[in-house]
Design a protein around this ligand. Structure first.
Ligand code: ATP
Length: 420
C-alpha cells in the first residue's frame, strides 16, 4: 500500500517546530509494510491544505495529515478537507459529551469553552479516530472511489497514540490482515572504528547482505549499520533480519557494542553490574560528560560511585594523586597522566573500575605535538590498567562527546578481555 503524508502548521514552515511527525509516521508505516511515497508540509491556510491534500488524493488516493485539529481559529484541517470531498460539517454530540466530561473530570472551572465545540465538528460521513491521549479526535474520511484521508492531531504524543491505536489496525484490515507484507529494519551499533575501515572489514556484505540493503550511518558515537527487509511476511522478515544481523555482527567483531537503540553507557553499566563492580570517573576535557552519560541511565546508582572533574593540574594532583613530576614530564594530555588519573580516582573513591579522560578539546590550546583532538582515555580495573588514544576529529562539542564514548568503549573492552 502507498500513502502520502501532509503535515500542517505555519510553525513547521517557519522552522520553529521540527517535523518529527512525518519521520515517526514513515517509520511506523514502513514497519507495517506501508510505503510513504511522498511528503509535503503546508501552512495553516485552508486553501494550502486543500490543494496539498487534493493533489495527493489525485496521485495516490491515500493521505495522512497531522496538525490543525485543535479548537483554535488556525485549525482548519477538517473543514478544508471536508470541502474537498464536497461534504458539510456537523456537530457530533457524542464527541461533545466526551469533551464536556473531560473538562469536568479535570476540575477546570466553568463550562467547556465555545471554541472547544469546534473539536466536536466532523465532516459528514466521517469516521472518528479515538484520541486516548488528548482532546482532539482524529478523522477518517473516504469517498465512494475508496480514496481516503486520515487526519491526525499535531501533538506528537497524541499522533503516535492514535497511529498505534486506530490508524494501523484500520490500514491493516484494509490490506487484508495476515497476508500483508512488512517493511522491517534492524540496527547494529559499532564504535571505535572509522566508517571506511568498517566497510573494509565488512567486505562483500558492506552494501547488501542476503539481498537486504545495508545503510552505514556514521554519528558522534560511532557507525550504525541498518538493514531493511522488504516485501516479506512478518515471520520471514524477522528470520532474514536475524540472519543478516548475525553475519554483520561476526564481521564487525569487537567493534559492535549493541543493537537497536542501545546506549554504550547502559552496556557498560550492565557489564559492571554482572561482575558486581563499581565505577568512578575522572574527567578533564569532558568536564562531567562521562559522568552525565552514565548517570543518565536509570538504575545507575548501584554501579556509579561518583567522579572528579579534574580540569586543572592542581586538582589532578591533589584529588587524584597524579604525581607532579609525571605532569611536568609528560604534560596533562598524556598516557601516563591518563593512567594515573584512572588509578587515582579508583583508589580515592574505592571503586573496582576507574576511568579517565584527558585531552585537547579546542578550539585553542593545540600544539604541533598535541593538536586539537588529542585525547587519552584510560581504565583501571582492580589494578590492571590500559590507555588508548582514540582518533578524534571535530569541533569542541564533537571532540568532547567522542572522548566520552571512547572512554566508555575502553571500559567495555577491558571488561570483556578480562573474561578471556
Ligand atoms: P491541538 O489540539 O493542540 O491544537 P492540533 O492537532 O491542532 O492539536 P497543532 O495545533 O497543529 O495540532 O500542533 C500542536 C503542537 O504539536 C504544535 O505546537 C507543535 O509543537 C506540535 N506539532 C505539530 N505538528 C508537528 C509535527 N509535524 N512534528 C512535530 N511536532 C508537531
Amino acid at each position: 500500500m502507498h500513502v502520502e503524508i501532509v503535515t500542517i502548521g505555519d510553525e513547521l514552515l517557519l522552522g520553529f517546530t521540527v517535523d518529527t511527525n512525518a519521520a515517526q509516521l514513515a517509520r511506523e508505516l514502513a514497519a507495517a509494510g506501508i510505503e510513504v511515497v511522498r511528503r509535503a508540509t503546508v501552512g495553516d491556510e485552508a486553501d494550502q491544505i486543500a490543494s496539498a491534500v487534493g493533489e495527493a488524493l489525485e496521485r495516490t488516493g491515500a493521505v495522512i495529515t497531522t496538525g490543525g485539529l485543535g479548537p483554535t481559529a488556525d485549525d482548519r484541517t477538517k473543514a478544508s478537507i471536508a470541502a474537498l470531498f464536497g461534504r458539510g460539517m456537523r456537530l457530533d454530540e457524542t464527541i461533545l459529551d466526551g469533551l464536556r466530561a473531560r473538562w469536568a473530570a479535570r476540575g477546570w472551572p466553568g463550562e467547556l469553552p465555545a471554541a472547544n465545540r469546534e473539536q466536536a465538528m466532523l465532516p459528514e460521513g466521517a469516521r472518528v479516530l479515538v484520541n486516548r491521549h488528548g482532546s482532539a479526535p482524529g478523522v477518517w474520511l473516504e469517498d465512494d472511489r475508496g480514496r481516503w484521508v486520515a487526519m491526525l492531531p499535531g501533538v506528537p504524543r497524541e499522533m503516535r497514540g492514535m497511529t498505534a491505536d486506530e490508524l494501523l489496525p484500520l490500514l491493516g484490515a484494509r490490506a487484508g490482515g495476515a497476508a500483508a507484507t512488512v517493511i522491517r529494519s534492524r540496527t547494529l551499533r559499532t564504535t571505535g572504528i572509522a566508517e571506511s575501515a568498517l566497510a573494509d572489514r565488512l567486505g562483500d556484505i558492506a552494501r547488501s547482505v542476503d539481498g537486504m540493503n545495508v545503510a552505514s550511518l556514521p554519528g558522534f558515537e560511532g557507525t550504525d549499520l541498518r538493514i531493511t527487509a522488504r516485501g516479506l511476511a512478518a515471520d520471514a522478515a524477522e528470520a532474514a533480519l536475524d540472519a543478516g544481523i548475525a553475519r554483520l555482527r561476526e564481521r564487525a567483531g569487537p567493534f559492535v557494542y549493541g543493537d537497536g537503540a542501545d546506549d554504550l553507557a547502559a552496556v557498560v553499566l550492565d557489564a559492571c553490574r554482572d561482575r558486581r563492580f563499581t565505577i568512578a570517573v575522572a574527567e578533564s576535557c569532558t568536564g562531567g560528560l562521562l559522568g552525565g552519560r552514565l548517570t543518565a541511565i536509570p538504575g545507575s546508582s548501584d554501579v556509579v560511585l561518583g567522579g572528579v572533574i579534574a580540569y586543572s593540574n592542581a586538582v589532578k594532583e591533589h584529588l587524584l594523586g597524579v604525581p607532579p613530576e609525571v605532569l611536568a614530564a609528560h604534560g596533562a594530555v598524556s598516557e601516563p597522566v591518563a593512567l594515573a588519573m584512572a588509578a587515582g580516582v579508583r583508589a580515592s573513591l574505592g571503586a573496582d573500575v576507574g576511568v579517565s579522560i584527558t585531552g585537547v578539546a579546542g578550539p585553542g590550546g593545540g600544539t604541533a605535538e598535541k593538536p586539537v583532538g588529542t585525547v587519552w582515555v584510560a581504565v583501571d580495573v582492580r589494578g590492571r590498567s590500559r590507555a588508548v588514544r582514540p582518533m578524534i576529529v571535530g569541533d569542541r562539542d564533537e571532540i568532547r562527546r567522542r572522548a566520552a564514548q571512547g572512554a566508555l568503549d575502553l571500559v567495555r573492552r577491558a571488561l570483556a578481555d578480562d573474561d578471556r
